[in-house]
Design a protein around this ligand. Structure first.
Ligand code: DGL
Length: 272
């Protein structure tokens, strides 16, 4: 495997850019091929079989770009498809669930952890299962927050509507006295300040995007797959592909990522 090959990162849309952003920050030498399935989002309300089929197609596309490892940045796709695609793929594939779960389990003091995510992620029960396997004495309280994704996509990050909806979603978890909350959806780190304000300073917010970048860095190091800095390489460092609405993606990506995104290419993912 070519250690200077790019890392493939995919999501149902723009949300996975929060994971790409962390990879760019923490391992800036790595090249990234990002795919956002903007034609078929949201994944959060789709069935397991459909999300697995989509994930397989995206992995086939990313393999044509000769990636050396794949990060499933989407929590829903990680919940449903990670194990299946890992067993079918001969390069490393990681998701976002384990990293977030591990951090939450080591962070909690009162052993009460909340998890928020899409209907798919919460319905799969994966976060609860993984965290209780890591530490059987903890209690996990999970809550799906289906309106958060459209609110973020509409740019209503600091808005009274978002406050109102968030306080309804969170009231149940507050009543359980959680001291740690996993932001189990790509979009939720963008609501961090609202969640922080509503939950108070004492609740630890775990962002799986950050932890996933840490896990990727370690994995690449251990497998001698980390990119060599001094390589003379004039290839584009970050490339972006979507299944629809490339221009809209480009402006969202430019708002989220540290540098300007010049171009997003649209592909027909159903061909893969
Ligand atoms: N990327 C999805 C996730 O992290 C959220 C958006 C969607 O439902 O497609 O679960």
């Amino acid at each position: 495997m070519d250690r200077n090959a790019p890392v493939g990162v995919f999501d149902s849309g723009v949300g996975g850019l929060t994971v790409a952003r962390e990879i760019m920050r923490q391992i800036p030498d790595e090249r990234i091929i990002y795919f956002g399935d903007t034609a078929r989002l949201p994944y959060g309300s789709k069935s397991r079989d459909t999300v697995i089929r989509y994930s397989r197609q995206i992995i086939r596309f990313l393999r044509t770009m000769e990636v050396k490892a794949i990060v499933i940045a989407c929590n829903t796709a990680s919940s449903y498809a990670l194990e299946v695609v890992q067993s079918e793929t001969d390069i490393p594939v990681i998701g976002v669930i384990n990293a977030g779960a591990r951090t939450a389990v080591s962070a909690t003091r009162n052993k009460k952890i909340g998890v928020i995510g899409t209907e798919g992620t919460i319905g799969s029960g994966i976060y609860t299962e993984v965290m209780r396997k890591m530490r059987p004495d903890i209690e996990v309280f999970a809550k799906s927050c289906p309106l958060f994704v459209p609110l973020v996509e509409e740019g209503l990050l600091h808005d009274s509507v978002t406050d109102e909806i968030a306080s309804r979603y969170l009231s149940e978890l507050k009543g359980k006295y959680i001291d740690t909350l996993v932001l189990g959806c790509t979009h939720y780190p963008l609501l961090r300040s609202t969640l922080r304000r509503l939950l108070g300073e004492e609740v630890i917010l775990v962002n799986p995007a950050y932890e996933t970048a840490v896990e990727l860095r370690e994995l690449l190091m251990h497998q001698n797959l980390n990119r060599q800095k001094d390589e003379a390489d004039n290839k584009e460092k970050y490339q972006f592909f979507v299944s629809d609405l490339a221009e809209k993606f480009t402006s969202f990506a430019t708002a989220i990522l540290p540098g300007e995104v010049k171009e997003t290419r649209k592909i027909n993912i159903e061909e893969y």
